[in-house]
Design a binder for this molecule. Structure first.
Ligand code: ADP
Ligand code: MG
Ligand code: ZN
Length: 584
């Protein structure tokens, strides 16, 4: 099953009782079903939508936690149509509000909004409508600062409440209440007034990102006592996750990507995420050279150009948007068949969000990330100021390095969930290549690296990852070459060893700042001294196809290659074998 639910708080509706809210024989059930089809033009409810709607229609206070794009809005929009009066919706951003009003308008659902830029005239009309039983508005959107600052609005809401026209309060992005969340907004702190003044009105809080401590905080701030919490699984079962290796010396990913887009994804819509604005320009022009209709998107473009690219992509006139992460909010295209990361994301959470824009229509879609050694350090210098930025980046690197565990199970821990590997259904590359890896002993190689760094330190020299690689492969200054052991490993394996050492703490990162840039160096980590002992061993798992030829396989762990399941990799381009080599 793709979703689960849990109830928290002392109101403790049991699982059994919760199940009752999946029924379709409530007094509003027929009307709800009719609106689903005729107003929203949707075929059926997604997991937990019906339950959430029945709970809020039953006047329960409810927190709904669901991944972005799963359809939280429907859980208050549809009940609004089945209830008298109107639903008050609190939304943090005017742009989100405008999107919703436009959407509802296209469905002929009467809705209005109040924000800082509303004209006096408009505000007057909307506020008057609140206490008017003949008002057409079923949903009224407001920003939190309106609630915090407008006495007039509060007095109108009082009036509506007394007239029993305020049927429900929806607080979107409810995690903004909590200072522990990632997106705290001070005005959300004031929303406690709503439940205090309107205790009889059911409140529905919605979010895609909330841990239980954040939710507890929201509960206090909003003055709701013992709300129910429904949590949908974050496991996107229709998405196929894959990591491909990207060579550092030349951008081999470009040809690989182009051939994927031209063959496997011919005529299908997708996003390529890149690291920088410059990359957005260069990668899109490279793809254009290969006759792919690709356009860049980044925050340095004119608003006009950005919305043009977005619009043309939405209407399938552009196949691929090559974008920085600025391309994200408000993207609600259902038929995105692939999201390719030309560069790794800065954290697994970010990767989940960005790749999650694929397959919103529940049909199969691919999420591919190209993983290259040099990119780690490009991103490292970017996240250096974030308190746990480095740690999160290394988790992403670890996700990419891993060859022996389901990619889903690696993601799940970041959502406090457990997704069983068996539930992956071979919808990730590691599950498909289940036994295609070897455990190799990298201790002798790691000792060589330590020797180089010790030598550098003794000469008061700092080594960037690239300089370290050069020294190790005998391309450094002549004075070094005599004193160190030059590696027999190919570039890719050498990089893999360095990353493994970094992940395990045998190496660590070191930064230095100049007025213009941040420099990134590799140094010995806290575990490096362990390698002094001749018996200390360090191993790593590597794909057996292709790479690791020079690396000694540990013990009897050599595994037999299983035939690949039918129906995959045959449609990959000719470049993909090369790109998949080794780490991936
Ligand atoms: P969220 O707020 O959870 O990020 P939205 O409410 O904005 O998501 O909905 C995302 C998209 O999912 C919208 O295009 C919406 O029309 C669509 N959607 C919602 N419910 C369903 C459903 N039951 N079946 C198909 N599509 C749905
Ligand atoms: Mg939403
Ligand atoms: Zn898997």
């Amino acid at each position: 099953s793709s979703s689960s639910s849990s109830s928290q708080g002392a109101s403790a509706i049991t699982k059994q009782e919760l199940k009752r809210y999946d029924r379709t024989d409530f007094s509003w059930s027929d009307e709800a079903q009719r609106h689903l089809h005729d107003t929203f033009h949707l075929r059926e409810f997604r997991p937990l939508q019906l339950r959430a709607i029945n709970l809020t229609m039953s006047s329960k206070d409810l927190f709904l936690v669901m991944p972005t794009g799963r359809g939280k809005s429907l859980c208050y929009q549809l009940p609004a149509l089945c209830s008298p009066g109107f639903t008050l919706v609190v939304t943090p951003l005017v742009s989100l509000m405008e999107d919703q009003i436009m959407f509802l308008c296209s469905l002929e659902v009467p809705a209005a909004m109040l924000n800082a830029s509303s004209s006096k005239e408009h505000a007057k009309t909307v506020m008057a409508a609140m206490a008017d039983p003949k008002s057409p508005f079923k949903l009224i959107y407001v920003t939190p600062e309106k609630i915090a600052k407008s006495k007039l609005l509060m007095s109108r809401l009082e009036k509506a409440y007394k007239a029993q026209l305020l049927s429900r309060i929806a607080v979107d992005e409810v995690h903004c209440c909590s200072q522990w969340g990632h997106d705290f907004r001070p005005d959300y702190k004031m929303l406690g007034i709503l439940k205090r003044q309107f205790p009889q009105v059911p409140l529905l809080g919605l979010t895609a990102t909330a841990t239980s401590s954040v939710l507890q905080d929201c509960e206090k701030i909003l003055n709701v006592s013992q709300p129910l919490t429904l949590t949908a699984s974050f496991n996107r079962t229709n998405l196929y996750y894959e990591v491909r290796f990207k060579a550092s010396d030349r951008d081999g990913s470009l040809n690989d990507m182009a051939s994927l887009i031209k063959r496997k994804y011919l005529g299908q819509s997708g996003i390529v995420y890149v690291f920088s604005q410059k990359d957005a320009e260069t990668v899109s022009s490279e793809l254009q050279k290969q006759d792919i209709v690709a356009y860049p998107y980044h925050s340095n473009m004119d608003a006009k150009d950005k919305s043009r690219v977005h619009r043309k992509w939405t209407s399938n006139k552009i196949q691929v948007v090559v974008a920085t992460v600025a391309f994200g909010m408000g993207i609600d295209k259902p038929n995105v068949r692939f999201v390719i990361h030309h560069t790794i994301s800065k954290s697994i959470e970010n990767y989940y969000q960005e790749s999650g824009r694929a397959g919103r229509d529940d049909l199969p879609a691919d999420c591919i990330v190209y993983y290259g050694f040099a990119d780690i350090f490009r991103i490292s210098t970017m996240v250096v100021m974030e308190s746990v930025g480095q740690q999160k980046l290394l988790q992403m690197v670890d996700y990419c390095q891993t060859v022996d565990r389901c990619r889903r199970s690696l993601m799940a821990v970041h959502f406090d969930e457990v997704w069983e590997e068996k539930d992956c259904n071979q919808m990730c590359d590691t599950c498909r290549h289940r036994n295609d890896y070897n455990s190799v002993d990298i201790s002798p190689h790691a000792r060589q690296v330590v020797q180089i760094l010790e030598l550098a330190a003794s000469q008061d020299e700092k080594l960037t990852p690239l300089k370290l690689l050069e020294a190790w492969s005998g391309k450094g200054p002549a004075k070094h070459r005599k004193m160190i052991q030059i590696t027999t490993l190919g570039r890719h394996d050498a990089e893999a060893v360095l990353v493994r050492m970094l992940l395990l703490g045998y190496l660590r990162e070191d930064f230095s700042f100049t007025p213009y840039t941040t420099h990134f160096y590799l140094k010995l980590g806290r575990k490096a001294p362990l390698l002094k002992s001749a018996t200390h061993r360090l191993s790593m798992n590597m794909r057996s196809s292709g790479a690791a030829v020079k690396l000694r396989v540990v013990g009897d762990k050599e595994r037999s290659k299983e035939p690949k399941p039918a129906g995959q990799s045959s449609e990959d381009g000719p470049e993909s074998k090369k790109a998949k080599r080794g780490l991936s």
